[in-house]
Design a protein around this ligand. Structure first.
Ligand code: SAM
Ligand code: CA
Length: 264
């Protein structure tokens, strides 16, 4: 091959690769213009970069197994993402959480992240109307040796919270409460969780950016379920920002999580 030709071909190949990468990048940005995508980041490529560089390498083996198992389930859109699982795990360790609650379990990805992050005598009161999905993930949780921390209650969460409040002895006892269930009940949950979390403790409300729809123009094309819950999420976000009993931090992790620290 004539000197320089290989280099030129490499250069052309590189150029083609660059063109290809640009096309993929543009396509991924275009895809993100549709309201209702799972990630709130600027592009799929950027999200993938975070997962591959910073999340997957340190993801505990049982969480990987549960994530892969859940990926085959028809409702997998509901699962907590791996980056959010990583965030929850870090947060729980930072606040030395021991007594926690989760509303909305599905197959248990955030539950497992929590169970792995708590000390051996840590507790999670976990509620879901659907036991079947919880039981799909349960063998993985058992194999990970953390099932003893979980008290799973099948059924709607509100009556369980009411019972805890009525009992009296649970007031201000939870270090962390993760709310990830029916979005139309978030304000009802908040009325109760605020009494059950301790002063200085945290409540995390999930999906509070609701696929980015909270800031979408009125005529934006929204998936049916996104449109259905949008007004509830908007109302919740306004109310929580005005609640003097908590200080909040809105994080664009996953689908948006609002952290509320109880201050009074
Ligand atoms: N945190 C879960 C995870 O990491 O995979 C995802 C939870 S999923 C988004 C929402 C869950 O809330 C569903 O499993 C659903 O059955 C449950 N749910 C819906 N309404 C509920 C209610 N009133 N009380 C308790 N759970 C409820
Ligand atoms: Ca969620």
């Amino acid at each position: 091959m004539a000197p320089g030709l290989e280099e030129q071909q490499n250069h052309q190949g590189g150029h083609q690769n660059l063109q290809q990468s640009l096309a993929i990048y543009k396509a991924s940005i275009f895809r993100h213009q549709e309201i209702g995508h799972k990630s709130l980041l600027q592009s799929d490529a950027l999200y993938q970069y975070i997962l591959e560089t910073s999340v997957y390498p340190g993801e505990p083996e049982p969480m990987k197994e549960l994530r892969e198992l859940t990926a085959n389930h028809p409702w997998n859109i509901m699962t907590t993402s791996a980056d959010e699982g990583q965030f929850l795990s870090m947060l729980l360790k930072l606040i030395n959480a021991k007594n926690t609650m989760e509303i909305g379990v599905y197959t248990g990805y955030s539950l497992l992240a929590t169970a792995l992050a708590l000390p051996d005598d840590g507790k999670i009161l976990a509620m879901d109307i659907n036991r079947e999905n919880y039981e799909l993930g349960l063998p993985v949780i058992e194999k990970a040796g953390v099932a003893h921390k979980i008290d799973f209650r099948e059924g709607p969460a509100l009556p369980v919270l009411d019972q805890l409040i009525q009992d009296g002895k649970y007031h201000g006892t939870f270090d962390f409460i993760f709310v990830d269930a029916d979005k139309d009940n978030y304000l009802n949950y908040h009325k109760r969780t605020i009494e059950l979390v301790k002063v200085g403790g945290l409540i995390g409300y999930d999906n509070t950016l609701w696929n980015g729809s909270v800031a979408a123009p009125p005529d934006a094309p929204l998936r049916k379920y996104v449109r259905f819950y949008l007004d509830y999420v908007l109302e919740f976000n306004k109310a929580i920002a005005a609640d003097p009993r908590v200080e909040i931090c809105q994080l664009p992790v996953g689908d948006g999580i609002t952290l509320c620290r109880r201050i009074s």
